[in-house]
Design a protein around this ligand. Structure first.
Ligand SMILES: [Zn+2]
Ligand SMILES: [Zn+2]
Length: 324
């Protein structure tokens, strides 16, 4: 279903009838099969499913109006059955918009990729393009159609270049700073970046605890996983830094499920920071698994437990690769 070029208001009116379901997209019949490569698949995806959003509503606005290095596309999904019907699980149905930012690396501020360097892919030739897949938080502290004055921090309307408070005139460099800050925004519900060669990085997933109202972390991960398959993404890394109750969640989840949370989607231990090896990680999981639940009563030394776990796995980095 193509929404490319359709006026936004009309698209919203027909949302429940026309849009793909975020929770099932893409259907297995449209998943693309085993052939193909990322470079051609992403071009096909943009042409078939995405449109250029109104400039003032782009994730990078207002730079999107003038930038030659960052081009923003958008695809809109419904969540579940649509606005009128619930799914019986307390989930609020609605729509979700994903921005796809096509970055021209030759004109970018950062030609080299830090994540590639960390995971050991520095030897890969620098690709001319990389694609950011971003779902913004519904509760972004900066309201839509606004930007922040570089000098005083006041909110300006997107179309105003002069601050009404301090009279500062925003420059092209200010807009570019703004755009790159939006890319790095920690509140995004999803931020994945894939180089044109098909190697990518999952930079951010924020579910309910991360500020998402409609989508759970599992909803977002399952969508990302299906999207990667459809686009023939070759490998993805993720830095697993989430914590629960003061302990790395990759350890806690592994105790109950045998693998970290990302393992539900096929991610495996890739490389640990601070010389943490795969064996050290396994030992940490085994140590945690042997501790009886009674240990968690208030009279026991939880700090001691934490230290025992930390002695096995001290680094925040768990990169993981995926498929092929
Ligand atoms: Zn990279
Ligand atoms: Zn100002």
């Amino acid at each position: 279903m193509v929404v490319n070029g359709r006026p936004l208001k009309r698209a919203k009116r027909r949302v429940t009838a026309d849009l793909h379901d975020f929770l099932t997209f893409p259907l297995p019949s449209a998943a693309g099969g085993s052939g193909g490569d990322f470079r051609s698949s992403v071009r096909s995806f943009l042409a078939r499913h995405c449109r250029l959003p109104p400039p003032a509503s782009s994730v990078l606005s207002p730079l999107a109006v003038t930038s030659v290095s960052l081009l923003t596309w958008r695809v809109t999904f419904r969540i579940g059955k649509g606005e009128e019907e619930g799914d019986g699980m307390g989930r609020r149905n609605g729509v979700v918009e994903m921005d796809v930012v096509e970055e021209d690396v030759r004109r970018s501020r950062s030609v080299y990729c830090d994540q590639c360097r960390v995971v050991g892919w520095s030897g890969h030739p620098v690709c001319g393009k990389r694609y950011h897949f971003i779902i913004r938080s519904e509760i972004n502290p900066i309201p839509g159609y606004h930007q922040m004055c570089t000098r005083c921090g006041s909110l300006l309307h997107m179309l105003d270049s002069r601050c009404v408070s301090c009279k500062y005139e925003m420059t092209v460099e200010d807009y570019e700073d703004w755009a790159y800050r939006q890319l790095d925004d920690a509140t995004h519900l999803l931020h994945g970046v894939v180089h044109a060669n098909g190697y990518g990085h999952l930079l951010r997933v924020n579910g309910r605890e991360g500020g998402s109202k409609c989508l759970t972390g599992c909803d977002i991960m399952s969508f990302w996983d299906r999207l990667c398959k459809m686009l023939h993404v070759r490998k993805v890394t993720v830095m697993d830094i989430s914590k629960k109750y003061g302990v790395e969640y990759r350890l806690l989840h592994a105790v109950t499920a045998g693998h970290p949370w990302y393992g539900d989607w096929g991610y495996k231990f890739g490389a640990g920071s601070y010389a943490v090896t795969s064996d050290a990680y396994k030992k940490a999981v085994e140590t945690l698994s042997r501790i009886p639940l009674s240990f968690f009563s208030p009279k026991h030394d939880l700090l001691g437990l934490h230290c025992r776990i930390q002695s096995h796995c001290t680094g925040p980095s768990q990169t993981a690769n995926w498929r092929r």
